[in-house]
Design a binder for this molecule. Structure first.
Ligand code: CA
Length: 296
């Protein structure tokens, strides 16, 4: 077996909103865990509350990090979070920097999601449309819980309102006041490489007509959803992956912010159906090599 991704510390993958480990046989990190393991990495995909605040999810993650450290005998972990998983990882690292070697944000709404802002305005929780959206999320979550086969921990609490608020621009701004580690000082800039001994990185994609809507994404409904969601963006109109804006994703060292990947492509969903010329798995492999070279 190759050792090119054999990082010093285990890689812990943290999913986003409505995240899971495996639905029946279908993994969240489709083809990513196996690609990293084949190259010598120790990889653990975790699950936290699919619908809850980043703080509550972060506390759950801290418990699991300590379990992983006990099981592997490692001194720290490398956290890689997709979407809200990035905020979850940031929380854990801010609270226990002694347990975390690095935080990597993959399409993380580190300055909020304009889609969440749009839904707050147009689907308020005290109106019928808002209640319908909540009911739909509740139903999806219940269905996913039935199909989950990869998680064996305690029952995870759900708070749809807290989940939504923790993804809006206002909600994330409040979160950032408490947990600013790794954030850039200027909009669109890079953040510090390291804070409190934790290395910070990020990468993200944007919709690129003629690329992201072609290739195998022609057969992926999630790409169509991303194109629809992208219409809600104002500040980063034309510069988003459908759910997160390009600059909003910046954290620590920005590896890249304009890959031809929508919000689902970036974790190789669905079933590896991505746009033309997209290689999301390669980005994870290269990043593991980067972490290894950095000695973490
Ligand atoms: Ca896709």
């Amino acid at each position: 077996m190759s050792q090119q991704c054999a990082t010093r510390y285990p890689l812990v993958l943290v999913p986003g909103m409505l995240g899971f480990i495996r639905l029946v046989l279908y993994p969240y990190w489709y083809g990513i865990v196996s690609a990293l393991r084949r190259r010598g990495a120790v990889v653990v995909a975790v699950k936290v509350s699919p619908l809850h605040s980043s703080e509550v999810r972060g506390e759950q993650l801290l418990v699991q990090i300590q379990d992983i450290l006990r099981q592997t005998g490692a001194g720290k972990v490398n956290l890689i979070g997709h979407s809200q998983g990035a905020l979850t990882a940031r929380y854990a690292a801010a609270r226990r920097p002694d347990l975390v070697a690095s935080v990597t944000s993959v399409a993380g709404p580190n300055h909020g999601s304009e889609l969440a802002d749009y839904l707050r305005i147009h689907y308020p929780s005290d109106r019928a449309k808002g209640r319908l959206l909540k009911a739909l999320l509740w139903l999806i979550n219940a269905l996913m819980n039935l199909l989950e086969t990869g998680y064996r921990g305690p029952k995870l609490p759900v708070d749809i309102q807290a989940s939504h608020e923790s993804l809006t621009t206002t909600g994330v701004a409040l979160f950032n006041e408490h947990y600013p580690q790794g954030l850039p000082d200027t909009w669109g800039g890079q953040g510090p490489e390291e804070v409190d001994g934790v290395r910070y990185y990020s990468w993200s994609g944007i919709l690129q007509p003629g690329r992201t809507d072609r290739g195998r994404n022609l057969f992926d409904g999630t790409n169509r959803s991303c194109r629809l969601f992208a219409r809600t963006f104002v500040r980063e109109a034309g510069q988003c992956d459908g759910m997160v804006g390009r600059f909003s994703s910046h954290l620590g060292t920005v590896i890249g912010d304009d890959y031809p990947l929508d919000h689902f492509d970036i974790v190789n969903q669905s079933l590896g159906l991505v746009g033309r010329g997209a290689e999301p798995v390669r980005l994870f492999v290269e990043h593991a090599q980067r972490l290894k070279a950095a000695g973490v």
